[in-house]
Design a protein around this ligand. Structure first.
Ligand code: SF4
Length: 299
């Protein structure tokens, strides 16, 4: 393949992959929703879970997105410095989003701020969002795709706590968001928490946390314990599926952290809804791909 043909091929594959993630949830999300359905005992909670699974079946059968809000597209790219399409990647992802918008189709979710018009293509100034992690001495490229819907984006928040507020302060901050805005985000939720120094470091970590597989834990034992305690605490609020009440409010709580300044605790929370449309695809230098989030996909 020539370089131009490779760019075209990768654009097509990314457009198809984005379209697929709009219609079918990742395997780990489906498994978790099945587990939570089996653990709920109220008839209302069971009916809501049944409706969610019926919705998933129909989305595949009718070949259309499972939620009307297909979000703003966000990509987290971990790209090797020797990946042959590294220079083309950002433009290629933008093109893939336009293609996916018309082929899938996706709702038009890119409004130019201050000019207040919808571009009608899901791309605009800075959208789709692309975050870069550059990987030295590698010729492969990992891409996480994410559809950030309006409702699930709403509980997002970041602040810097006084050091004396400690981990109790982090807990209070997260639970305050869950009790005020958790309902808006179509539970059961996946809650991402970032703990670092400043608002932007914490905020980016809280989004990165949402890319982790459900059931994974922070590698630090204490952080993993806090994930469990927060999970129990948010479950105890009793949001249940779609906020209509139930034993479980969350699919999980993921904390990501860095070391921090001793005088500040930056904390952020980011939320994924039950329709947690994230995808993960890895390309090698010849554009052979591996998809880790969705089984049985051919691009
Ligand atoms: S919160 Fe999620 S499931 Fe609910 S409307 Fe938004 S994108 Fe759809």
């Amino acid at each position: 393949m020539t370089h131009e043909e490779q760019v075209k091929r990768m654009t097509e594959m990314m457009a198809k992959f984005v379209g697929h993630t709009a219609k079918k949830l990742p395997d780990d999300v489906i498994a978790k929703l099945e587990e939570l359905r089996s653990k709920e005992d109220s008839p209302m909670a069971k009916v809501i879970y049944d409706t969610m699974f019926r919705n998933q079946e129909l989305a595949v059968k009718l070949d259309r997105p499972s939620c009307q809000d297909t979000g703003v597209l966000q990509f987290w790219v971990k790209c090797g410095t020797r990946f042959p399409l590294i220079d083309d990647l950002e433009a290629l992802l933008k093109e893939a989003v336009i293609k996916a918008t018309f082929e899938t189709p996706l709702r038009h979710n890119s409004v130019e701020t201050f000019d207040e018009y919808n571009t009608g293509k899901n791309v605009g100034k800075g959208t789709p969002t692309v975050w870069w992690d550059i990987v030295p001495n590698s010729d492969s490229c990992e891409i996480y795709t994410y559809m950030a819907g309006g409702g699930c984006t709403l509980p997002g928040n970041a602040t810097v706590l006084m050091p004396g507020e400690g981990y109790e302060g982090v807990t209070k901050f997260v639970l305050d968001r869950m009790t005020s805005y958790g309902l808006n985000a179509c539970p059961p939720l996946l809650v991402g928490v970032g703990v670092a120094t400043s608002v932007e470091t914490a905020a980016l970590l809280s989004k990165k946390a949402l890319m982790r597989p459900i059931g994974s834990h922070n590698e630090n034992e204490r952080a993993a314990k806090m994930e469990k305690l927060l999970e129990d605490g948010i479950n105890a609020i009793g949001l249940g599926p779609q906020g209509m009440g139930g034993n479980y409010s969350v699919m999980g709580v993921h904390i990501e952290n860095t070391a921090r300044h001793p005088s500040a605790i930056g904390v952020a929370v980011n939320v994924g809804c039950w329709s947690h449309r994230r995808g993960h695809i890895i390309f090698d230098k010849d554009l052979n791909y591996t998809i880790t989030t969705h089984s049985g996909v051919e691009l």
